[in-house]
Ligand binder design. Structure first.
Ligand SMILES: [Zn+2]
Ligand SMILES: [Zn+2]
Length: 227
């Protein structure tokens, strides 16, 4: 059988997410031991976590945001695990979260106060640059569905054990609007490890390649928990 490359798509580090409980190097090693080929680091990217204009400088906010990614990347390189840069965006006005794939450090440093914009204004830029925008846990109680015109996909297999994310409703909703279906663990604690993942036919070397594979729907989903 052809090799499939197992990737975690939704992952937080202690260094950059206040709710993250595990230092990046430690969790990266555990993912490696659990048979993963890569992780997309998706720390929280919002004013609530990183600060607003006037309170801090954008470059300081980005240093803080990227700390966990770099810690994960350094450990991943030692092990041969692919570490890619993503982010979990939250725009002002609601509790909806959007996982964004395809990012680079240069892009983030150059677009000051990007998380203070809106999904509607961000999506056309992301779409044109080849990013993938995937709404995280869209059926969680405090969330509502983003306009499907501004989404490439949604998380339909949400592996985290501490939330009821109504995965079956998410799957139906994805099918109704023709959105790509993603799966992730929302890793914050060791108990979240390897809850759900994507299996890719090809190993992406960059975050943009990962976004491309998602948008091409060149993957399968896998979950180790009951939906
Ligand atoms: Zn969190
Ligand atoms: Zn998350």
């Amino acid at each position: 059988m052809k090799k499939a490359y197992r990737f975690e798509t939704h992952f937080h580090t202690k260094e950059s997410s206040p709710c993250g409980c595990v230092p990046a190097a430690e969790s990266v090693r555990k993912y490696y031991e659990s048979g993963y080929d890569g992780i997309v680091i998706t720390d929280h990217f919002s004013a609530g976590v990183l600060g607003s204009e006037g309170g801090t400088s954008w470059q300081t906010a980005m240093d803080r945001f990227l700390k966990g990614y770099w810690a994960a990347k350094n450990e991943g390189e030692k092990l041969g695990l692919t570490i890619l840069l993503g982010a979990e965006f939250r725009f002002p006005g609601n509790y909806n979260d959007f996982l964004v794939y395809g990012l680079s450090e240069d892009f983030l440093r150059g677009w000051e106060w990007l998380y203070e914009a809106s999904l509607q204004s961000f999506f056309p830029i992301a779409d044109k640059l080849g990013f993938a925008v995937v709404q995280a846990h869209p059926f969680r109680a405090e969330c509502y569905r983003g306009n499907p015109a501004y989404l490439h996909g949604i998380e339909v297999f949400y592996g985290n054990p501490r939330h009821n994310s109504k995965n079956m409703l998410a799957k139906e909703w994805a099918q109704k609007y023709g959105l790509l279906e993603s799966a992730g663990s929302d890793f914050h604690k060791m108990e979240d490890l390897a809850g759900a993942s994507v299996l890719l036919g090809k190993r992406p070397r960059t975050s943009l390649e990962f976004a491309h594979l998602l948008r091409e729907r060149a993957y399968r989903l896998e979950t180790r928990r009951k939906l």
